[in-house]
Write a protein that binds this ligand. Structure first.
Ligand SMILES: O=C(O)c1ccc(O)c(O)c1
Ligand SMILES: [Mg+2]
Length: 628
């Protein structure tokens, strides 16, 4: 499989774009005309640049409003094509994309368009060039790939083929199986893009909201399967018009793009093994059973307050690392690791981000295979020195620079705590916390799609719908990554404004990181009582919240009083109930949450978030500011 991407998909000038595209591992590039026009180097120099970077120019585009015109304009559009053929020859671009006519002057008529393409094909043949016809979803007469193919079929010229673009077809809900009727050698290139499900004008949706396959909601896998079934063996080329990508880092966006194509082709191969001989074979998406541990990096002073907070939360100090300044705290199935090493990545993370939860251990079905798959998808493996008696735990760097370790239960990794840690005498107590409910990562909104693609491509997980969380100072968008059984739940929170609590957290810790960890209790009232006894300071919720809860949900006065005295938040839906309790902040905006789910409640209490956030903001006000 050859990979390609249109220059329009990423930011920068043409040189920066080409460099980022090459660095991400693409085989080819589509030159978008405006990216060339706004660049100050000659076509020959651009050709040279691409060649030197090892990039094949797959396409030159777009050529607009060509077919079906009345006589005078028709003659002019053929003239115009000749000029662009000159440019393509100099650039070394073999194929021109002609998108369907949107001009009011276009006359329509399949045979008229076919005749135009036959003639243009003949002109192109003389130059050794090819023409591909793409139906824009908003084309005046042609807006469906089935009609574009019919025109190409009737044009009946070896230099004229059809160009398929998943956005145009899928946004109009055209059945992808219709592609299977097109001969593979008449498909001259295939463009791919996904998009979030949004109900809006097609042109606006296409020009601003496309994203990488796997990042959106369109059935791009079905589309690509149909293409592969035709025998098409040309490039799969990303063409992503996205405002965010235009302002993002060219390298990061190009890397996401390459990852999305590798992931997509892997899904195609899994769905149609008999058709996909030429596609690379990756270890399958790994099953994640859950979070095994969260590791904090801290200096000695802050580690001291973290330890005491963990004790108040009912954790026991159960192990000391044999060689490092690393401690293990446990409760139920929860492991919290506190790392105060003065060297290595933990320390580097401390120096850049301060005390933070910089690493996460995931329990997967096969740790080595998870690492292999992650590497095949371009993740950066994390290697650090392994002392005698220690395990080489497979690990990769996450998107924010933190670490994700992979553990499994059928290798020595299952015994990591026994192998690497000196056990301490067992302790009784605890506060009834039995496991991780979810881990919440905070990031800049622009980074969110990168994380989603990272998790979805490596692991067998799904993404939930985007939820708006209202912070009194702005919007935070939240999306959940979870496995089928709900034993893994990661909430990703994307901050757009630095004034929100999430935005301030990013600013103060200098980057994306775990902002809170939610533990499960099976009896949250008993847990709350125990935490109080242990002296844990919890987040104080406004009394106004409870008055509304009573009115809105008709909970009895007694229940309301119980919730209120324990500072619990409450939500209910048709599936069940949800109780939440928050700790006071630790350091720069990190906190713990304790939740109890009853029935099959699967949400995260989004309705309560504004009240929780407001309470956190009140609590973090300096004491000298008088409360009104
Ligand atoms: O938005 C457009 O005009 C446009 C142009 C060229 C394409 O290949 C495309 O998919 C869309
Ligand atoms: Mg296109």
């Amino acid at each position: 499989m050859k990979t390609s991407i249109a220059t329009v998909s990423i930011s920068g000038d043409l040189r920066e774009k080409l460099e980022a595209i090459a660095a991400a591992g693409f085989d080819g590039v589509e030159i978008f005309e405006n990216d060339f026009l706004s660049f100050d180097r000659s076509p020959a120099e651009v050709r040279r640049m691409a060649l030197d970077l090892g990039l094949e120019i797959t396409l030159f585009q777009p050529f607009r409003d060509f077919e079906g015109l009345p006589a005078l304009q028709r003659a002019q559009s053929f003239e115009r094509a000749e000029r662009k053929f000159d440019l393509m020859e100099e650039l070394g671009a073999p194929l021109m994309l002609v998108c369907s006519n949107v001009a009011p002057a276009a006359l329509g008529g399949i045979d008229r368009a076919a005749a135009d393409f036959h003639e243009l094909g003949e002109q192109a043949r003389k130059r050794g060039l090819k023409i591909g016809y793409e139906a824009l979803a908003w084309g005046r007469h042609i807006n469906d790939h089935r009609d574009a193919w019919e025109i190409v079929r009737r044009a009946d010229h070896p230099n004229v083929g059809v160009i398929l673009d998943s956005f145009h077809s899928l946004s109009r809900r055209i059945d992808s199986d219709s592609i299977r009727a097109i001969p593979g050698d008449k498909i001259f290139i295939v463009q791919l893009a996904d998009a979030p499900a949004l109900d809006m004008d097609l042109l606006y949706w296409s020009r601003h909201f496309r994203n990488m396959p796997g990042e959106g909601d369109l059935p791009v896998v079905d589309f690509a399967r149909a293409v592969v079934a035709t025998g098409y063996d040309g490039p799969f080329s990303l063409e992503i018009f996205n405002d965010q990508f235009r302002s993002g880092s060219p390298r990061a966006i190009a890397q996401d793009g390459h990852r999305s194509l590798v992931f997509l082709m892997d899904e195609v191969r899994a769905a149609e093994p008999e058709l996909s001989h030429s596609l690379p074979i990756l270890p399958p998406r790994r099953m994640v059973k859950g979070v095994s541990f969260i590791e904090f990096t801290a200096d000695e002073a802050e580690a001291q307050s973290l330890r005491s907070m963990l004790r108040q939360l009912g954790f026991a100090f159960t192990g000391r690392h044999k060689n490092k300044n690393v401690e293990r705290f446990t409760q139920g199935d929860i492991n919290i690791v506190v790392n105060t090493e003065r060297e290595g990545l933990a320390h580097a993370a401390y120096v850049t981000h301060g005390t933070s939860a910089y690493a996460m251990g995931l329990l997967v079905d096969d740790a080595q295979a998870a690492l292999d798959r992650a590497k095949a998808l371009g993740a950066q493996p994390f290697l650090q020195g392994v002392a005698p008696g220690e395990l080489a735990i497979p690990a990769v760097r996450g998107v924010g620079g933190g670490v994700i370790y992979f553990l499994d239960d059928h290798s020595d990794l299952a015994k990591v705590w026994d192998i690497e840690f000196e056990p301490l005498p067992p302790q009784t107590g605890g506060a009834g916390l039995i496991g991780f409910d979810h881990v919440a990562q905070t990031m800049n909104y622009e980074e969110m799609l990168t994380w989603i693609l990272f998790y979805r491509s490596i692991f067998d997980v799904d993404k939930g719908p985007m939820v708006d969380v209202i912070d009194p100072s702005g919007l935070v968008r939240s999306q959940v990554i979870s496995n089928e059984t709900g034993t893994l739940r990661l909430t990703l929170n994307g901050a757009e404004s630095h004034r929100t609590l999430a935005g301030r957290f990013i600013a103060e810790t200098f980057g994306s990181s775990v902002q809170h960890i939610a533990f499960v209790s099976n009896d949250i009232f008993a847990t709350a009582a125990k935490l109080k006894e242990n002296g844990l300071v919890t987040l104080e919720i406004s009394p106004n919240y409870y008055a509304d809860l009573e009115a809105r949900l008709g909970l009895g006065a007694e229940t309301i009083a119980k919730l209120k005295s324990a500072n619990l938040l409450y939500d209910r839906d048709e599936k069940g109930e949800y109780f939440q309790l928050y700790s006071a902040n630790f350091g720069d905006g990190f906190f713990f949450e304790i939740v109890q789910r009853k029935g099959a409640y699967a949400g995260f209490g989004a309705i309560n978030a504004p009240f929780r956030i407001a309470a956190q903001k009140r609590a973090s006000r300096p004491a000298s500011v008088p409360r009104r």
